[in-house]
Design a protein around this ligand. Structure first.
Ligand code: SF4
Length: 392
């Protein structure tokens, strides 16, 4: 392969960086889910050969999905790469594959299980690969909020909308209550549809995607949005605030995209004259407002692919993807929006040793780490997902 010159600089190997990479552990924040088998050592020089051989032995029985935020060492074995919704669709389009190995996080594997046939099994190579945003909305908390809306007499006016990045339980809640699931690509269409069904939206779990879409794309004011904090009595809101609100936002956020600040934008503009700031709508409102371009992961990839040679881009999304795009486009200056490391620690749980272990277990006739959504929840969640697919 020809040498590729790149403008990319690796972030520093600090202790924090290594922890975020999933090398090391933080008992206070991780779920404490151990791998039930013998993982190969990360230093094993045969890992690539072992994964290649196991995948070849499984042939069409296995289909490997790789989210854009996964490590390169894993992405090289993906049959398809994409965002969470595209990957769930791809899984559904492969009814002949016995095993779907999902290199992503837990809620994505759940969505794939909901959309695939009952005989297919969806496997998450590391059960500790959750999503901190999805974990910020727990069904019991959401039901408590809904009961409060019922007591206030406003539940009938509210359409619940959940971002794809939520648990199957929350998608089920939304389906049961005549709402819709959305992605960062179709959030505006989902909100347009919802405001035709009711006069208010209860948006879960990402406050930033909800606020950014409502204010920047639909013309609502910040005062039309209120924040429901599940850790405060009555969400920390008065009855009047809830009655007046158009958007009731759940207090959840992405711990990766939420790190970018207005200072990051100002600093890069000073440092790189003419830079284009391109961010994901999971970023804070003031960051999105200050950016030049805003869009989903797939939008970010298309924008960077189409950018002219010589242009400069500061990108506010997950670091694995930004790094991959920088290496793929050495003729453009593509950099991370923030100076500090910002991997998604749970995405990074899926590494090559876990993938090798998973594939070799399948070759040996054992099926590890199967993700299953119970039938009732899956049926309800499917209502919200189907409503999303039917959006005009
Ligand atoms: S990047 Fe954010 S939303 Fe995506 S899996 Fe990680 S924590 Fe969850």
């Amino acid at each position: 392969m020809a040498d590729v010159t790149s403008t990319w600089t690796e972030p520093s190997n600090t202790a924090t960086a290594l922890l975020l990479l999933g090398r090391g552990s933080d008992p206070a924040s991780e779920r404490g889910v151990d791998c039930p088998g013998d993982l190969p050592a990360p230093s094993d020089p045969d890992l690539v050969a072992r994964a290649t051989a196991a995948k070849a032995a499984l042939g069409d029985r296995v289909f490997v999905l790789g989210h854009h935020y996964q490590r390169d060492e894993v992405i090289q074995f993906a049959d398809v790469t994409g965002d969470s919704f595209k990957l769930a669709q791809q899984a559904a389009a492969r009814p002949d594959a016995e095993f779907i190995v999902f290199c992503g996080v837990h809620f994505m594997a759940e969505s794939a299980d909901i959309l695939t046939t009952p005989s297919q099994r969806v496997i998450l190579p590391d059960l500790a690969a959750g999503c901190s945003m999805a974990d910020m909305a727990v069904l019991g908390q959401v039901q408590t909020a809904w009961e409060h809306f019922e007591d206030l007499g406003i539940a009938g006016d509210i359409v619940p909308v959940t971002y794809m990045n939520s648990s199957a339980d929350i998608k089920g809640f939304v389906g049961r209550n005549k709402g819709v699931v959305c992605t960062s690509s179709n959030a505006k269409r989902a909100l347009d549809w919802s405001f035709e069904q009711g006069s208010k939206v209860f948006f879960l779990p990402d406050q930033h995607l909800g606020r950014n879409t409502a204010v920047l794309e639909m013309g609502f004011s910040l005062d039309d949005c209120v924040l429901w904090d599940p850790h405060k009595p009555q969400g920390g809101l008065t009855d009047e605030q809830l009655r007046d609100a158009k958007m009731i936002l759940w207090r959840g956020h992405c711990s990766v995209h939420g790190r970018f600040t207005l200072d990051s934008v100002n600093e890069v503009r000073e440092r790189v004259p003419g830079v284009n700031v391109l961010v994901h709508p999971e970023c804070r409102h003031e960051v999105v407002q200050a950016a030049d371009h805003v869009g989903s992961t797939e939008y970010i990839i298309r924008a960077l692919d189409a950018a002219p040679a010589g242009s400069s881009w500061a990108v506010g999304t997950e670091l694995n993807l930004v790094r991959r795009m920088a290496l793929a486009h050495p003729d453009k200056q593509i950099m991370f929006l923030d100076r500090t490391v910002c991997y998604c620690s749970t995405m990074n749980r899926i590494d090559l040793p876990h993938l090798v272990w998973t594939l070799e277990e399948l070759v040996a006739g054992r099926v590890p780490n199967v993700i299953t959504v119970d039938k009732e929840t899956a049926a309800d969640a499917r209502v919200g997902l189907d409503q999303m697919l039917a959006l005009p």
